[in-house]
Design a protein around this ligand. Structure first.
Ligand SMILES: CSC[C@H]1O[C@@H](n2cnc3c(O)ncnc32)[C@H](O)[C@@H]1O
Ligand SMILES: [Zn+2]
Length: 426
């Protein structure tokens, strides 16, 4: 199936924004520019007055946590996890995981995200089902809390998830291993995770250095900072690592990140709301580290809106470093798209370029926030919001066109998610 997006203002990998045509053949971008005579599209989308960007890549989230949105706010991480989130999650059923994930799929499609990296569980196969139903690209890991008595069982569930789903849905579903964090996975357990992930050739998704409490707890228990001892477990020596947060880093931590090519998922909204701190993102970028963006779960953010995260990344580091060019608009957008693709292990997404996967978001520029059109990237990052997203394509398939959803039943999802949340939180 061939699709043509005609006369659209496209954000190219070099940051330029020509008005052009995007040709899609099956699930890839076949070309950008003049349309050859022999390109005969079965579908034409009029891109006039629209901005085309790569679909956003949410590099760190917990999709089914949408059910806990607005349930426990204004708390610090460990108080929030121990006293509110984990007791509620313990009551979740397979049905909750599915409908929570479907609510996330709905929100992601509506706000222009086409790929998400998820760490949650149990029943991650229900998240795979939700991603397949929605038509989105999911990078799934079974979150493993190794200190719990059933840590080994969770590790086996992650291995099973990998065996059953890695590469599923024409490659739209991939699987990583998800040891939750250094404070929930002791060294001997992380060694087992590393061995299993390496045996299967799987990557790792882990929370690292999110709060000062985490660093201080590790210093008290092991006499060392987490990055220091986690590196010795072999967890970073396999296929690759996606580390969420990385807020509190010293020089040695950054050397470890560079040595192992660890990719960082920065979550500015969650870090601000949980008062975790400000990650040294400008320094990481300057030192060549791949830094992507994530929302974290909808209980610490409290939404899955990646355009908001792009804006926060650009703004937060300016004020924190008293530097207006700390993260310019286009760099922030790259973090939410191109760097996201690299971070989640899918380098052929996140760019509008020939040969890349056809994951494309169109924003309608017919509103005050987009006027005057001096600089489309600036308008996107500093002025507009995700309400302008009107068309979303993932893997060449149209998931939303002019705000009309093609794969998701919005009314049913909202009803079922509310029903599940009522049981969990009331
Ligand atoms: C074991 S599945 C993943 C686990 O992570 C929890 N979680 C959500 N947000 C955060 C965060 O910011 N830091 C650490 N852990 C987080 C989630 O509730 C699941 O239990
Ligand atoms: Zn998280």
């Amino acid at each position: 199936m061939k699709t043509l997006i005609k006369n659209v203002c496209a954000v190219m990998p070099d940051g330029t924004t020509p008005v052009t045509n995007i040709m899609i053949d099956n699930n890839r971008i076949a070309g950008i520019g003049d349309v050859p005579e022999d390109f005969r599209p079965g579908k034409v989308i009029d891109g006039t007055d629209h901005l085309a960007i790569p679909g956003f890549v949410n590099a760190h989230t917990h999709t089914s946590m949408t059910l806990l949105r607005s349930y426990a706010d204004d708390m610090a991480l460990m108080d929030w996890l121990n006293n509110e989130v984990w007791p509620a999650e313990a009551k979740m059923t397979s049905d909750d995981i599915y409908w929570g994930a479907m609510l996330a799929m709905l929100e992601m499609v509506r706000t222009g995200t086409t790929t998400f990296a998820d760490m949650y569980g149990p029943w991650m196969e229900r998240v795979a089902e939700a991603a397949m139903d929605a038509g989105l690209r999911g990078v799934l890991s079974r979150g493993i809390i190794g200190v719990a008595p059933d840590g080994e069982k969770k590790l086996e569930e992650n291995a099973e998830l990998y065996r059953n789903f890695h590469g599923a849905a024409d490659g739209r579903i991939t699987v990583m291993f998800g040891p939750h964090a250094p404070y929930t996975c002791p060294p001997d357990f992380l060694k087992k995770v590393a061995a299993k992930a390496q045996e299967l050739g799987a990557e790792i998704h882990i929370h690292m250095h999110e709060t000062l409490d985490e660093i201080n707890g590790s210093l008290k228990e092991y006499g060392r900072r987490p990055f220091d001892w986690v590196a010795e477990t072999g967890i970073f020596e396999g296929k690759g690592t996606l580390a969420a947060h990385c807020v509190h880093l010293d020089d040695n931590d950054i050397e470890i990140i560079k040595k192992y090519g660890i990719r960082v998922a920065h979550n500015p909204g969650s870090n601000m709301k949980l008062a975790s701190g400000v990650a040294p993102v400008p320094r990481l970028l300057a030192e060549g580290v791949c830094v992507a963006l994530g929302t974290d779960g909808a209980s610490s953010n409290n939404n899955l809106d990646m355009l908001e995260e792009v804006n926060l990344a650009a703004m937060l580091h300016k004020v924190h470093g008293l530097d207006p060019v700390a993260i310019p608009a286009f760099k922030a957008l790259q973090m939410g798209t191109e760097f996201g693709g690299q971070a989640v292990g899918i380098p052929d997404i996140g760019r509008l370029a020939k040969g890349c996967k056809a994951d494309i978001t169109l924003l309608d520029m017919n509103s005050a926030a987009w006027c005057p059109r001096n600089n489309p990237v600036s308008l996107l990052v500093y002025s507009a919001n995700s309400g302008s997203v009107d068309t979303v394509i993932c893997d060449g398939k149209v998931l939303m066109e002019k705000h009309a959803l093609t794969t998701l039943d919005e009314e049913r999802i909202l009803f079922e998610a509310q029903r599940c949340a009522d049981r969990l939180t009331k």
